[in-house]
Design a binder for this molecule. Structure first.
Ligand code: SF4
Length: 379
């Protein structure tokens, strides 16, 4: 253990830090609060629903500058069928029969685990409503050999790509199951990541016996460990809740310190903390997110622009120009194909203004550098 070496993470850019709001993420997450309450919308919710929206937009934008990642988060990514209309005739079966039917269906449609919890108000984020009385939680495993290829970079996007791939699989499973239930005449709604909305899946997954919260702040599955993703379906189909189960990790985490020692920014508390009225394992969001492994600085700037002076501009080489030109072409092509939000702001302005830089992108030369710098500065 004492030989455990911390991985060196990429440097985090100063302007990324500057996007942090004045409020602590730990406060939003209920650290040291003694009253039980519903979770507050936070990271991965729509950006206007929480104070970290600007930071989140930047993080998403960074990831989407990687063509490999964009491919898995595009509108053409395989995320399952559209929701169908509920059948008008309700098929009657016993709760036991429906439980067996949905479990068989899910496990034969790409799901690796499925469990059921009775809906609780604490599973629903503040400001949202869910009417269905049951939560079906689905687990899909991730390929750990891919996740292990960290830190991620533009040259090595294997780990975020695997995460995206499995989010899509989890989405396919929950959407297929939703339609299966709707065909039986019951209400059903799918819930899939990576973005969050009304349903907080982890507490429902714990109550359904999928696993327990680990000291590292992620769910530990009884069989898959932490290498898996969740999706869910809420429904009024008559079901039976699965029992919570002790998978042994509670005791194990009490004594094990591996993640605490390995965590580069020391964000993992070695002891349980009081969080929204419950003592639980907790990760310091503020420390963690300041060191998160990102694929590059948030506002990518060529080395030769850094001092912003005329001298700096003149130092730009033809090779710099070639690299910039290639990068911009990638941004524009991928951005236009998928979601314009992934294009850096200054390029979006170029598109809007029908800018000459883009028209001349194939033959870009150093005469465009000052104009490019102006665009970057004004964006
Ligand atoms: S304390 Fe050990 S077992 Fe528990 S989450 Fe950390 S590394 Fe895993």
């Amino acid at each position: 253990m004492s030989n455990f070496k911390k991985k060196k993470l990429p440097e985090t850019a100063d302007d990324f830090i500057a996007l942090f709001p004045n409020i602590s993420g730990n406060t939003v997450n209920g650290l040291n609060e003694t009253k039980v309450r519903r979770p507050s919308p936070f990271f991965w919710h729509p950006q206007d629903k929480h104070e970290f929206g600007e930071l989140q937009t930047e993080v998403v934008g960074i990831q989407r500058r990687s063509p490999e990642i964009i491919e898995h988060y595009s509108s053409e990514a395989p995320r399952g069928p559209k929701t169908i209309k509920k059948a008008e005739t309700i098929i009657e079966k016993t709760n036991e029969e429906w439980v067996a039917a949905i479990k068989d269906f899910t496990l034969s449609h790409e799901g690796d685990d499925i469990r059921i919890a009775k809906m609780e108000p604490l599973y629903i984020y503040e400001g949202y409503q869910i009417d269905e009385p049951w939560v079906i939680i689905i687990g899909v495993t991730m390929d750990h050999s891919q996740l292990d290829k960290v830190p991620a970079s533009f040259k090595n996007p294997s780990s975020p790509v695997e995460v995206a791939r499995q989010y899509n699989r989890a989405a396919r499973v929950c959407r297929e199951l939703t339609n299966f239930i709707l065909r039986q005449g019951y209400m059903a709604k799918p819930w899939a990541g990576p973005f969050a909305s009304a349903l907080s899946m982890v507490p429902a997954a714990i109550d359904s016996g999928m696993g327990t919260l680990g000291k590292h702040g992620s769910l530990i599955h009884g069989e898959f460990g932490s290498s898996f993703r969740l999706s869910a379906v809420t429904t009024d189909m008559p079901l039976i809740a699965d029992p919570k189960r002790d998978i042994g990790s509670e005791d194990f985490c009490q004594n094990c310190q591996i993640c605490v020692k390995a965590c580069p920014p020391n964000a993992i508390f070695p002891e349980k903390q009081m969080v929204s009225g419950t003592k639980k394992w907790f990760v310091d969001f503020d420390k963690c997110f300041r060191k998160i492994t990102i694929l590059g600085p948030p506002k990518w700037t060529p080395k030769w622009t850094q001092n912003g002076t005329q001298n700096g501009l003149q130092k730009g080489t033809q090779n710099d120009v070639k690299n910039v030109s290639k990068l911009i072409q990638n941004w524009v092509q991928n951005g236009l194909k998928n979601d314009q939000k992934c294009i850096p702001k200054f390029i979006q302005q170029c598109i809007q203004n029908d800018c000459n830089i883009l028209k001349n992108i194939q033959n870009m030369s150093s005469k465009w550098l000052p104009k490019l710098i102006d665009c970057m500065k004004s964006a």
